[in-house]
Write a protein that binds this ligand. Structure first.
Ligand code: OMP
Length: 239
């Protein structure tokens, strides 16, 4: 898995998803199907996207008791997606059970999907961390703590904001994947996101994948917006 853009297909109709993907028949994308689309359109949407040869992140952020997460992951593994996630706050047993479920449900001869842990949502500020979650830590330390637990549980990486990536890489190693939402093009509104970065900033901080939703999907021309994000992301590449 190389560094790339993951487009969050947070559309409320299947038609909008289809017409977005229709623009990319010549190019294989990495897309994300999250709760909004999956809860409405279900596994058949995943099958439809996989048939078009796009890579797929199924973002359902599982967070439940270990046994439930294991069984749920076993079911999701059969969909043949490339990347799935859980909330790291579910703990070590839950994360290990997620991996066991994924392995048990993966079709024989196929690698299991990559599995990552969500640290602190990019919609959480340091103030919220203290006032609402009663975690008296700097955001970077709270994120690194969950990233280290995720790594110790055997997962492949984490979701965090781009701003914490250098500390995650320092604590968990360069090959530990960092998937970073909260991405905005210069001048775009942050909306509900609190920890944001531009694609070029995320790249320079070392993100492996940026997750981009509204900067692309809510643009007047999503196709052009995708290439604008791509140019900003790739333009600042430092090898
Ligand atoms: O797991 C995620 O993908 C995720 C984690 C997180 O901390 N923050 C976050 O925004 N996301 C997802 O990333 C996407 C960001 O969308 P935009 O804010 O529209 O770019 C949404 O689909 C969120 O569900």
């Amino acid at each position: 898995m190389g560094r790339s853009i993951i487009v969050a297909l947070d559309y409320s109709t299947r038609e909008e998803i289809r017409s977005f993907l229709k623009e990319f028949q010549q190019e294989s994308l990495f897309v994300k199907v999250g709760m909004e689309a999956f809860y409405q359109f279900g596994p058949s949407l995943v099958e439809e996207i996989k048939e078009q040869d796009h890579q797929l992140f199924l973002d359902l952020k599982l967070h439940d008791i270990p046994n439930t997460v294991k069984k749920a992951m076993k079911g999701l593994a059969g969909l043949g997606v490339d990347l799935v996630n859980v909330h790291a706050a579910g703990g070590r047993d839950m994360m290990q059970s997620a991996l066991e479920g994924l392995e048990a449900g993966s079709p024989s001869g196929k690698n299991r999907a990559m599995c990552i842990g969500v640290t602190h949502l990019t919609s959480t500020s340091e103030e919220m961390l203290k006032q609402e979650l009663h975690i008296n830590k700097r955001m970077k330390d709270a994120v690194v703590s969950l990233a280290s637990l995720t790594k110790a549980s055997g997962l492949d990486g984490v979701v965090s904001s781009a701003l914490e990536v250098p500390w995650i890489k320092k604590a968990c190693g360069q090959s530990f994947l960092t998937v970073t939402p909260g991405i905005r093009l210069e001048g775009d509104l942050a909306q509900d996101q609190k920890r944001v970065a531009t694609p070029s900033k995320a790249r320079s901080l070392g993100s492996d994948f940026i997750v981009v939703g509204r900067s692309i999907t809510a643009a007047e021309n999503p196709y052009e917006a995708y290439y604008k994000v791509k140019k900003d992301w790739e333009g600042s590449y430092v090898s």
